[in-house]
Design a protein around this ligand. Structure first.
Ligand code: PBG
Length: 331
């Protein structure tokens, strides 16, 4: 970008353009509207588990019934998309993850419930085996190793059922190699040509996912980490290779995750690929802000500022647990 030509002070007084609300509004470079937000929701099949998540004050699990009312309210506030995360019965988690492609699993019931209540709401899914896996890993495990190619076959089965249940956007969050191409061609052959894929392309092996793993009940299962498939937090070039690869396999949109500690990657992706770019403000980021706000250590405006920062960094949209409250604030 060329540098603006600045006359020396006092001809140039940059404060002239900040002097009133109307002047500031007229010159605002970055916009944020409810349509830019995707709201991740947790849905449980366990009786009595539709409670607030300990490390996420203000975020709760829904039931397939109560998520309908939540979706209606979100639609009224202008939110266009909801991403479903299942909290499934511990007893249904197996090594073969067969529950993942059961049309009556809790994730699929939630898709149908939301589409039934608000047909125009876009429903995004999570494609990874962790909610249904005895090991808590995103892929099939054999002899302690997370298998790549076998996992892809399972993910394709999972995605085809989600598509049948009415999903609009598939969100592969598993980080296996080759999954985007496999999912795309499975959708084309099954006649789901208009189902979009938002790839969790630059997904880092992050400790900021901690509260999420409690919310979906994966924490108690997971031993070890996800470092053989999620990206090393220090690796920028590798993250960009992942994005390039996923776009070349047919991803319609790409995501950077976590969000706020990785805004440099968001900017890189926007500039290098100019493809639809999203960031996920993950559970740990939510916990930091919501926890500090609850204690009175930070003001609520920090949330809006954090979302504006994603837009300024070049993101088209943001997945955020703050979506309903911000949408109301913006409306
Ligand atoms: C699992 C998945 C995770 C998140 C979204 N999908 C956790 C993980 O990779 O362990 C994290 C979301 C969050 O922290 O808010 N496939």
């Amino acid at each position: 970008m060329p540098n603006p030509i600045l006359a020396p002070f006092p001809a140039t007084r940059l404060r002239r353009l900040r002097q009133s609300p109307a002047m500031r509004a007229m010159l605002s470079e970055t916009t944020l509207s409810p349509a830019h937000l995707i709201w991740p929701v947790f849905v449980t099949e366990i009786e009595g588990a539709d409670v607030e998540i300990a490390a996420m004050p203000g975020v709760r699990r829904y039931t397939p019934e109560s998520v309908k009312t939540a979706a209606e309210a979100a639609a009224r506030a202008g939110i266009g998309a909801i991403c479903v995360f299942p909290h499934s019965d511990q007893a249904s988690k197996t090594d073969d993850c067969a529950r993942a492609w059961d049309a009556d699993n809790i994730g699929n019931r939630a898709i149908r419930a939301i589409k039934d209540a608000v047909p125009e709401m876009l429903v995004m899914t999570d494609i990874a085996l962790d909610p249904y896996n005895a090991s808590g890993q995103d892929g099939l495990v054999r002899d302690g190793v997370v298998l790549n190619d076998e996992t892809i076959e399972a993910l394709v089965r999972m995605a085809l059922v989600q598509a049948e249940c009415g999903a609009d956007i598939l969100g592969p969050s598993d980080m296996m190699d080759g999954r985007i191409g496999a999912l795309r061609s499975a959708m084309e052959s099954a006649g789901h040509k208009d189902i979009a894929i938002m790839s969790y392309a630059a997904k880092f092996a992050s400790a900021f996912y901690g509260p999420f793993r409690d919310a979906v009940g994966a924490a108690e299962r997971l031993t070890g980490d996800k470092k053989t498939y999620q990206i090393n937090p220090g690796n920028r070039a590798e993250a960009l290779r992942c994005v390039a690869r996923d776009l070349s396999e047919g991803a319609d949109m790409v995501m950077v995750k976590p969000g706020m500690p990785y805004l440099d990657i968001c900017r890189d992706v926007r500039e290098r690929f100019d493809a639809p770019t999203f960031a996920y403000q993950v559970s740990g980021e939510y916990a930091m802000l919501a926890g500090a706000i609850q204690r009175g250590w930070l003001g609520r405006e920090t949330v809006l500022e954090s979302l504006i920062a994603f837009r300024r960094a070049g993101c088209d949209g943001i997945l955020t647990y703050f979506a309903p409250e911000i949408a109301e604030m913006l409306a």
